[in-house]
Design a protein around this ligand. Structure first.
Ligand code: PGA
Length: 248
């Protein structure tokens, strides 16, 4: 049985002090949940987040990292800077990074490989635009994004990955994919993983849905057989809403 994993993607929101406040509010609301809860906060808030979650089951993730170890890359963050702090997860290839910061399937793959060198678990984002959905190429596109992102990993590494299927048209728009739409693409991702890495890897890999997940729709989405939780943006910034999603 796969665990349900819910990750909050705070994006560029909250200061360090506000981070401590929000996590302290969240802690009692998710205590004892059977599902895994991860908060992915801005780099500058990681120390506060790690301190605030100490002694709880909540885990902390970053929202990005670079694929080199160190050097002349002004403004970038290396994987060992994250792991030394105690960070366990890192979001890779979010559509906002692909759109505004020129990330590609190839840089996503480099980051995924580098994350594994440092025992960081990548939350890899894939998903189609509205135009691509209307062109009828969602399955092919998402399968290709998945294959390239995982290139060079062993089946055992693939088992540890989290893939977040996030249709771009559903992110921050309030326009959630129906649970059927989300399920069929998540199933396609699992089938793609099975075709390259075998059934065991496909059975174990966590596949999340993301895109306007909220306290009202999470239970129906997570009840689908191939949806193992969610990557949650806007609704992760409110402790009450996020805790309902985590407990779905
Ligand atoms: P949203 O964002 O929940 O605000 O739509 C999801 C995401 O971008 O990860």
């Amino acid at each position: 049985m796969r665990k349900t994993v819910v990750a909050g993607n705070w994006k560029m929101n909250k200061t360090p002090a506000q981070t401590t406040e929000l996590i302290n509010e969240l802690k009692p609301l998710v205590a004892g949940s059977e599902n895994k809860c991860i908060v992915c906060v801005p780099y500058t808030n990681l120390a506060n987040a790690l301190e605030a979650v100490r002694g709880t089951e909540i885990e902390v993730g970053a929202q990005n990292m670079y694929f080199e170890e160190s050097g002349a890359y002004t403004g970038e963050i290396a994987p060992n800077m994250l792991t030394e702090m105690g960070v366990k997860y890192v979001i890779i290839g979010h559509s906002e990074r692909r759109q505004y910061f020129n990330e590609t399937d190839e840089t996503v793959n480099k980051k995924v490989l580098k994350a594994f060198e440092h025992d960081l678990i990548p939350i890899i984002c894939v998903g189609e635009s509205l135009e691509q959905r209307e062109q009828g190429i969602t399955f092919e596109l998402v399968a290709l994004q998945t294959k390239i992102a995982l290139l060079g990993l062993t089946a055992d590494q693939v088992k540890k990955c989290i893939i977040a299927y996030e249709p771009i048209w559903a992110i921050g728009t309030g326009k959630t994919a129906t649970s059927e739409q989300a399920q069929e693409v998540c199933a396609k991702i699992r089938e793609t993983v099975a075709s390259v890495y075998g059934n065991d890897a496909a059975e174990e890999i966590i596949i999340q849905y993301g895109g306007s997940v909220n306290a009202g729709n999470s239970a129906e989405l997570f009840a689908k057989s191939d949806i193992d939780g969610g990557l949650v943006g806007g609704a992760s910034l409110k402790a009450n809403d996020f805790s309902v999603i985590v407990n779905s």
